[in-house]
Design a protein around this ligand. Sequence first.
Ligand code: GDP
Ligand code: MG
Ligand code: ZN
Length: 300
Amino acid sequence: MDTFTGIVIRTDGPQVTVRDELGRDWRCVLRGRLRQELTGTTSPIAVGDRVEVDRVAADLGAVRKIQPRRSQLVRRAPSDKSAPEQVLASNLDLAVIVVPCPLRPTVIDRYIALAQRGHCQAFVCGNKVDLVVRAVAEEVLAPYRLAAIPVALTSALTGEGIETLRAAIHGKLVAFVGPSGAGKSSLLNTLDPLLGLRVGSLTSAGKGSHTTNWASLYQVDGALVVDTPGLRQIGFVENEGLDAADDLFPEITALGGGCHFRDCSHTHEPKCAVKAALEAGDIDETLYRRYARLARSGRL
Ligand SMILES: Nc1nc2c(ncn2[C@@H]2O[C@H](COP(=O)(O)OP(=O)(O)O)[C@@H](O)[C@H]2O)c(=O)[nH]1
Ligand SMILES: [Mg+2]
Ligand SMILES: [Zn+2]
């Protein structure tokens, strides 16, 4: 049988759309055996997946295999530890974290953690800069720059920062993630006015949309961009929040070597070197608060 490889550009219930190497789109079903292998996950196949497809008819294919993922954005329902994970997008070169000004570091931190957990590079895009004093927003972003995480301040309204964003995503497969209403779809429309994505509807995207269809991939100049729906919350299970905090705040993790307990979370344990440093004024209180917020986020 005739077989080709392609990339999943849209998931829609039991069907997916696969773009082949010539840029043609195929409506595809999943082979029964593949479906069985994938039971237990809510998103057995994700936008960005590279797949092998059997040609079934002129424009119809059957996915027989998903190639191993390089990276993925995964989230779980925060209220339910037993809930299966959902893969929002896979094989990403970059996760563009779109957050609205005024910027809230704790929100940014959680999205960075989400990206790092899925082995995605993070890029912080502080959007709606037209609403605030730029210097204040720059100050919030400074620690991320220091941590070698690229950042930009943008406005989908005025076009400020759009060329920086365009350059950052050029030639890459990226996903726009962030809270609902941050301006993800607006930014995409500014990058490419022909996209005409719906903006501003906080509840549902409207006609024809339903919960299983939650990410689509768009061609924007030289980039492929996944527009994800807003995540109300990002779920962490067990110690993922703590692991993420350790990755994001190495200066605090380094101090942790001096704690009494080897698995000290630096939040409530006695004889904690981090708390001691905090009391002595050796670490910044805001930084510590961000650490603690993220570290605790894995617990109920
Ligand atoms: N002032 C201002 N408003 C924006 C900007 N970007 C988006 N918006 C508005 O914010 C709302 C949500 O935008 P949308 O793109 O739908 O956000 P999404 O949910 O992240 O896709 C809409 O009313 C937009 O017009 C911006 O840069 N500045
Ligand atoms: Mg949107
Ligand atoms: Zn400690």
